[in-house]
Design a protein around this ligand. Structure first.
Ligand code: SF4
Length: 223
């Protein structure tokens, strides 16, 4: 079995509540969405056997304790992901899955091997796509068996009603989950800061813990 991988590298986690943790990254080729704010242009890939990919990671001889599976959308190559996660787990790494939170059937197949899930909530007024509330609901139910936090990208175009739908979903599944509000800093005409604070206030009023965390790797020009 072979997987299509765009890149493997060592860096620091640039998003979410594990911000700043040194990790090994495996960037999967291909995505099932086309978010209008997407900053991940993936045009090429190299094919790896699972064992070959593990060897590639071990070649870094790093002290990283976690492997971040990112993309694109890693769950699109679920069978390959499962094989690799099984190897990385045996090798002593924590498996950290970054996902758009839609492919719940695929998640069910790999959930036992996942340690941490960083799940996007795709707000339609941010992505320019349709809402994925049913898919997110099914995904979140499965993902809640493991450590998970949620992340929503906030743009100038993001509407309050979408945030409220996300909060309703969180309250329905597990109101203890943390929601990271991630500003699309490159879409800021000076009013985004105000919106971020308003949105954080709404989260607080609704009893959901949230934090505002920008993408650090872009600020520091890291990979
Ligand atoms: S899910 Fe992620 S990788 Fe896919 S289009 Fe949206 S932002 Fe880009």
């Amino acid at each position: 079995m072979k997987g299509k991988i765009n890149d493997i590298f060592e860096s620091v986690q640039g998003e979410g509540i594990y911000l700043g943790e040194e990790q090994l990254f495996v960037r999967f080729f291909g995505c099932n969405l086309g978010c209008k704010f997407c900053d991940t242009q993936i045009n090429n890939f190299r094919e790896y056997e699972p064992q070959q990919l593990l060897q590639g990671l071990e070649g870094y001889k790093s002290t990283c304790q976690a492997v971040s599976f990112t993309g694109g959308e890693p769950l699109l190559q679920k069978d390959f992901l499962k094989e690799v996660m099984s190897l990385t787990k045996k090798a002593g790494y924590r498996n950290y899955l970054e996902t758009n939170g839609i492919l719940h059937r695929e998640l069910e197949d790999v959930i036992d091997l996942v340690d941490i899930i960083a799940m996007d909530v795709k707000l339609p007024s941010s992505t320019g796509q349709r809402g994925f509330w049913q898919e997110h609901r099914a995904f979140l139910k499965i993902a809640s068996r493991k450590e998970i936090f949620l992340k929503a990208v906030i743009c100038q175009s993001t509407e309050e009603k979408d945030l409220r739908l996300a909060l309703d979903l969180i309250k329905e599944i597990n109101s203890a989950l943390i929601l990271v509000l991630q500003p699309n800093s490159f879409d800021d005409d000076g009013h985004l800061r105000e919106k971020m604070h308003n949105f954080k206030e709404i989260c607080s009023q609704e009893g959901i813990q949230s934090c505002i965390i920008p993408q650090m790797h872009k600020i520091l020009y890291l990979k």
